[in-house]
Design a protein around this ligand. Structure first.
Ligand code: AHR
Length: 506
């Protein structure tokens, strides 16, 4: 049996829990939009063709912001194709995902979907094939009240009120050679700076996200962030981070420690941004937008993509529809712990993606929608993490991994809401074969009762949910959780993620 103990510092909070931490991502890719969130003719579709079975799951997931319309897709996208009368919208090739884009769903449909779900949109502009003028046009169409060519066009298209979009991404993964219109860091930094300055001339309250590296393994990582920020520091507010994790060749131990990589990635980008700020003598602090993160079996996808015929152009093909297991869900829960722990710098995040494409929600055309394993830690964290992230110190045994060196066997984060006294502890046991006895001295918060305790685990770490058995893997009431004299103890099974919520007087 392993033992870990948590010390909570009630005198200091890291930062508030940001609602934007629980963002997601809808890209025109595979079946995320078509037969995902949008499917006219589906038995649950509303008059707009928006699937209400999926909308209900999005609500349950607790998604707060959604990044749109890509991803790699945005770098070849003409937003004008997706507005106005549907029968006049052009059908185009999407080179990023080698598919046919019908444009039956576009900007205004996305905004209607967001409004119905109380979701904040995060819009990306195309800095691959396009530039400053098209970004300004899109901004005018979306946010200008009325009386100009493009705002009046929005009104004529049935949207009298401005969309009021505040957060904007300046392109997507422009460091990647796969990106349409890929640029080197200096060229992208200058283009992003020109676009950002022009957009802020229209509205100085916009929040702009400049592209960081598409991953920390990119050869240009670090230098890319420094150069891009040197060019854009005064004009942008956030820099993006993207990271995907997968289990490589049965190395479950390394995979379960993926959040240690995320921790290091966040710390390095924050340090790089601060170094540029110091060099420029600019007191502003750039925030981090972790706007693509998830488990993605990318190496499997790359092998399959290499075999795909190039003359095959389809509408909404089944692309990267990964089926997630218990271990994947434990890793996703742990990545959320890492994001919360860094709430002083990571003020927005988007799990990629929302439906069908590496997603917590799966659907069948004309059929059911169901929750993948990774749905659960996201939904429970989005619901329970409230108030402030408190500073904690965890004492836990360590184990050796192939990919991340020596890492602690457990990880945890704690949030506390002064409003209603609710305190939530999120904790993972990364051991593949041993239970962990976990204790936390919560006396300073004067806990009175455990109000909810749930664990996601299974005897088989590779168990999945399917359309036929959608609830094979669900969170279950945690066993062996005790509160005695302000001390919380819990016995956590191997490969598990848990949330324990307490009522407190503190
Ligand atoms: O989320 C899938 C893809 O991953 C996105 O389109 C791209 O930005 C990233 O490489």
């Amino acid at each position: 049996m392993l033992n870990a103990s948590l010390h909570v510092d009630t005198t200091e909070s890291v930062a508030p829990v940001h609602r934007r931490t629980f963002g997601s991502f809808v890209e025109h890719m595979g079946r995320c939009v078509y037969t995902g969130i949008y499917e006219p003719g589906h038995p649950t579709a509303d008059a707009q063709g928006l699937r209400q079975d999926v909308a209900d799951l999005v609500r349950e997931l607790g998604v707060t912001t959604v990044r749109y319309p890509g991803g790699n897709f945005v770098s070849g996208y003409r937003w004008e194709d997706g507005v106005g009368p549907r029968d006049q919208r052009p059908v185009r090739r999407d080179l990023a995902w080698h598919s046919i884009e019908t444009n039956r769903f576009g900007l205004d449909e996305f905004m209607t979907w967001c409004q119905g779900l109380d979701i904040e949109p995060m819009m990306a502009v195309n800095l691959g094939t396009r530039g400053v003028q098209e970004a300004l046009d899109l901004l005018e169409y979306c946010n200008h009240p009325s009386g100009t060519h493009l705002s009046d066009q929005r009104i004529a298209n049935g949207h009298p009120d401005p969309h009021g979009i505040r957060m904007w991404c300046l392109g997507n993964e422009m460091d990647g050679p796969w990106q349409i219109g890929h640029l080197d860091a200096r060229a992208y930094g200058r283009k992003a700076a020109r676009t950002a300055r022009a957009m802020k001339m229209a509205d100085r309250d916009l929040e702009l996200v400049v592209c960081g590296s598409s991953g920390s393994t990119m050869p240009t990582f670090g230098a890319w962030e420094a150069t891009v920020l040197e060019e854009t520091y005064d004009a942008v507010d956030h820099i993006s981070l993207h990271a995907y994790y997968e289990e490589h060749e049965g190395d479950l131990g390394s995979f379960l420690a993926s959040a240690t990589d995320m921790d290091g990635f966040i710390d390095s980008v924050a340090a790089t941004a601060d170094a540029v700020g110091a060099k420029l003598r600019d007191p502003k602090r750039i925030q981090l937008s972790f706007d693509e993160w998830n488990v993605w079996y990318l190496s499997r996808h790359q092998a399959e993509a290499a075999l795909q015929p190039t003359d095959d152009w389809r509408v909404a093909p089944r692309v990267i529809e990964d089926r997630y297991n218990v271990a994947d869900a434990v890793v996703v829960g742990n990545l959320l712990i890492s994001l919360l722990r860094h709430s002083d710098r990571v003020t927005a995040a988007s799990q990629a993606q929302l439906a069908n494409v590496i997603a917590p929600i799966m659907t069948e055309p004309g059929g059911a929608a169901w929750r993948q394993t990774i749905f659960h830690p996201f939904a429970l964290t989005a619901r329970a993490a409230r108030g402030q992230v408190l500073r904690t110190h965890l004492n836990a045994p360590t184990y050796g991994t192939e990919r991340h060196g020596t890492v602690p066997v457990a990880d945890a984060v704690l949030t506390h809401s002064e409003e209603d006294g609710a305190t939530s502890l999120f904790v993972v046991n990364r051991s593949t074969d041993q239970a962990l006895t976990f204790d936390a001295d919560l006396n300073a918060l004067t806990p009175t009762a455990v109000t909810n305790a749930q664990t996601l685990t299974d005897d088989d770490p590779y168990a999945t949910n399917t359309m036929r058995v959608p609830d094979r893997v669900v969170p279950r009431p945690a066993k062996d959780v005790r509160l005695e004299g302000g001390r919380l103890t819990a016995v956590l099974p191997p490969v598990s993620w848990s949330v324990i919520t307490l009522a407190t007087r503190g």
